[in-house]
Write a protein of this length. Structure first.
Length: 72
């Protein structure tokens, strides 16, 4: 394996005021769990690259996607 692209997405769309802790955790934890699993399977030093993707919504926001934007 020369490199890895990590593009994990779990959506729990809704207004921030309606967001539960569980909904936020499911979205956020998906990124953490995916990266942790990948790093347990490969030696990161042996990779040419490891690229984790985010979203422009993290900077500018996206209505109804508070958990997704925060997790990125």
């Amino acid at each position: 394996i020369g490199g890895i692209f990590l593009m994990t997405v779990v959506l729990r769309d809704g207004k921030f005021t309606n967001l539960t802790q569980q909904s936020f955790d499911e979205v956020y934890q998906s990124k953490v769990d995916a990266l942790t699993t990948l790093l347990s399977c490969v030696n990161p030093a042996s990779l040419d690259f490891l690229l984790l993707f985010s979203t422009i919504g993290s900077v500018f926001g996206n209505a109804g996607q508070a958990a997704y934007c925060a997790s990125q």
